[in-house]
Design a protein around this ligand. Structure first.
Ligand code: NDP
Ligand code: MG
Ligand code: MG
Length: 341
């Protein structure tokens, strides 16, 4: 059984008198900064020159400094810029200004696990990774709840790295839901695998193939959209509430029987072999290298793939259909339909 942490296992007083610099004010950055501030922690946001996030952070009542200045004043430096930006950001702005004895805190282990950031021996390296998007992390905190976090210590120079990590996890509201002890290696590899094989990659491809199969067989795209995309949420909600078993209990017997006989035909054992190959590329660093090399070149592959996804017929159908349904309009984030690519 994994080691779990709850609110009583952490002491917010560990952060009293300390300054926390949250670098980046995007999905995770805004949520961490605001939740910590509301938990009574002294927070400053660090942003690069001309950052498009500056006005937003200031509007929300937070002090904003250039990254180097924020780091120089901080006891805890939270790196919440995109993963592909962290190596250069660390080398150019963070490392030269980092106080000896400071804590470096991550929400994902990518740059430490794959060696893009190598921190000096005198600093603590910890991770508090919410298991949900930043906008949910903020929304749940405001509602008095929290999104579960996983917590790790990679380097404990001070001997107090766990105290700091757990206090931070409490400050962002994560321990209201619970924390699970992990390592940078386990978090990084499982997080990448989960999003690639199942959550993002697997689910997106499954939905697209389902939509293509129905529309190519002559069914109306609007009907196909509802059957293979819209209803997915209802099914996943049941899985979250009570596992796959509750989902099967709730659907009709027809649907449950179809699940048993057709699920393994669609997702056959070759899919598991493919998953193992994806995992191997994560573990041996091939995925990380491909991603970072592409980013270093300005992201040509990334941009082409994003564009291709955006123009899939299911997106066209969905954009038109969702306009009819006020209840799917997201008021909770900055996403603009059709903005990607
Ligand atoms: P975002 O893409 O939302 O971060 C955007 C922020 O980073 C903006 O404030 C942006 O400011 C700033 N930024 C972008 N590029 C740079 C740069 N080169 N130098 C300085 N600042 C920069 O990131 P996420 O919140 O998605 O991810 C942050 C971390 O959290 C990652 O490690 C990610 O893996 C992890 N994580 C993310 C989750 C999520 O929900 N998205 C879930 C769990 C973990 P500007 O206006 O200047 O561009
Ligand atoms: Mg991830
Ligand atoms: Mg149905």
């Amino acid at each position: 059984m994994a080691e779990m942490f709850y609110e009583d296992d952490a002491d917010l007083a560990v952060l009293a008198g300390k300054k926390v610099a949250v670098i980046g004010y995007g999905s995770q950055g805004h949520a961490h900064a605001l939740n910590l501030r509301d938990s009574g922690v002294d927070v400053v946001v660090g942003l690069r020159e001309g950052s498009s996030s500056k006005a937003k952070a200031e509007d929300q009542g937070l002090a904003v400094l250039p990254v180097g200045e924020a780091v120089a004043a901080a006891d805890v430096v939270v790196i919440l810029a995109p993963d592909q930006a962290q190596r250069d950001l660390y080398a150019n702005e963070i490392a030269p200004n980092l106080k000896d004895g400071a804590t470096l805190l991550f929400a994902h282990g990518f740059n430490i696990r794959f060696g893009y950031i190598e921190a000096p021996e005198g600093v603590d390296i910890v991770m508090v990774a919410p298991k949900g998007p930043g906008h949910t992390v903020r929304r749940e905190y405001e509602a008095g709840r929290g999104v579960p976090v996983i917590v790790a210590v990679e380097q404990d120079a001070s001997g107090k790295a766990w105290d700091t990590a757990l206090a931070y996890a409490k400050g962002v509201g994560g321990l209201r839901a619970g924390g699970i002890k992990t390592t940078f290696t386990e978090e990084t590899e499982t997080d990448l695998f989960g999003e690639q094989a199942v959550l993002c990659g697997g689910a997106s491809q499954l939905v697209q193939y389902g939509f293509e199969t129905l529309t190519e067989a002559g069914y109306q795209p609007e009907i196909a959209y509802f059957e293979v995309l819209h209803e997915l949420k209802l099914i996943v909600d049941l899985m979250i509430e009570g596992g796959i078993a509750k989902q099967r209990w709730s659907v009709s017997d027809t649907a449950e029987y179809g699940d048993y006989v057709s699920g393994p035909r669609v997702i056959d054992p070759s899919v598991k072999e493919n998953m193992k190959a994806v995992l191997a590329d994560i573990q041996n660093g091939a995925f990380a290298k491909r991603f970072i090399d592409d980013q270093d070149a300005g992201g040509p592959e990334f941009k082409a793939l994003r564009e291709k996804g955006e123009t899939h017929p299911i997106e066209v159908t969905g954009r038109d259909l969702r306009k009819m349904y006020a209840w799917t309009q997201d008021v909770d984030n900055d996403y603009v339909e059709g903005s990607a690519g």
